[in-house]
Design a protein around this ligand. Structure first.
Ligand code: SF4
Length: 346
């Protein structure tokens, strides 16, 4: 379901744009749809036909994203397994400091070799109303002041829905544009469309390596954009919106934690309007990939930071509970998907 479907339902009930805005703001705050303001009761504002139609609409909107299970972690985050109206499941993550990570697709077609979500392939797009419904759901638990589009899926592969969601969250949702973070492996459509948006979000680019050949192996279905070009495109966008690009680097022991890569990062990012986020891989015992040891991670950060690239370590939220993104869903749907998963893992 898309946001304009919700708006059309309200218009069919007789709502004018100002009425739609009021209902939409209540929805996005996780409140009952007929919530009034401090100065005006709903019955003095919304037409009767709209008020009478709200219970049915509320039922539909609640069905867009239902909490299936919650998995709190020691770091203050909590992974939410969320069921969509058709029974498909995605994950949202309540992050420390009022953040929320949302999913934009069920599964993902990019197929990053270190990602559980990528193993299932793309099952379906998540509609713009389903994306913002994840925010409305999360706000019933906690305040949400920042939304990162880093959950299941590649936002660039569902661009219209994601941009619609960003637009609504940045207006009726009350979230500042710098606190809406569009995360992508890099796609030319993103660099064309984002600068044209009314709400221009912050951008996170998943780099993972400075070598084009290795990137192709690690992110097999990502668009073929060389790391140099990706950084140039990112830099142009960062200067346009006056906000740095966050580069994401999943640290994989023996793969992209070597000296050549560090020199490559310095070559690409020194002097750029950028922050490098090192995300040590969240390995399971029998994984093909492993997390570098703690000393190695500290040394990498110190090396880059001391040479002029602002570098931070970001642990994947809630890693003490169910591993990385996509693992909750994979576990929940295992009886259904197990054959396909096993085939793809091999
Ligand atoms: S890391 Fe992101 S882009 Fe890559 S397969 Fe997983 S969900 Fe898709």
């Amino acid at each position: 379901m898309r946001i304009h479907d919700v708006q059309n339902r309200l218009a069919d009930l007789g709502a004018k744009p100002m009425h739609i805005g009021r209902v939409s703001r209540a929805w996005l705050r996780g409140l009952p749809l007929d919530t009034g303001t401090r100065h005006q009761q709903t019955e003095n504002f919304l037409p009767l036909t709209v008020r009478e139609g709200l219970p049915e609409l509320a039922h539909t909107l609640e069905g867009l994203a239902r909490l299936k299970s919650e998995h709190p972690a020691a770091d203050g985050s909590a992974r939410l397994l969320v069921e969509l109206a058709d029974g498909q499941m995605v994950e949202s993550v309540l992050l420390p400091r009022d953040g929320l990570c949302v999913s934009t697709q069920v599964g993902c077609a990019v197929g990053c070799v270190f990602c559980m979500t990528g193993k299932s392939g793309l099952l379906r797009q998540v509609g713009s109303a389903e994306i913002v419904a994840q925010v409305a759901l999360a706000r019933r638990f906690r305040p949400v002041k920042k939304v990162v589009f880093m959950g299941m899926g590649e936002p660039a592969h569902n661009l219209d829905n994601v941009l619609e969601a960003i637009d609504l969250l940045g207006t009726d949702g009350g979230i500042g544009h710098k606190n809406l973070v569009f995360s992508t492996v890099g796609d030319m459509r993103v660099f064309e469309r984002l600068p044209q948006q009314t709400v221009r979000p912050a951008l996170a680019l998943s780099l993972h390596t400075t070598r084009a050949d290795l990137r192709q192996q690690l992110l097999p279905k990502a668009p073929r954009i060389d790391p140099e070009e990706l950084v140039e495109l990112g830099e142009a966008y960062a200067r346009q919106i006056g906000y740095p690009i966050q580069y994401q680097w999943t640290l994989l022991a023996g793969i992209n934690d070597n000296q050549d890569e560090l020199e490559g990062i310095l070559r690409l990012l020194k002097g750029k309007y950028a922050v490098m986020n090192m995300i040590p891989y969240n390995s399971l015992d029998d994984d093909d990939y492993q997390r570098p040891n703690g000393d190695c991670i500290v040394e990498i950060v110190r090396y880059l930071h001391s040479r002029g690239v602002l570098t931070k370590v970001r642990n994947s939220a809630g890693q003490d509970i169910e591993g990385g993104c996509g693992q909750l869903r994979a576990r929940a749907v295992q009886p259904l998907d197990s054959k396909r998963l096993i085939k793809r893992v091999r």
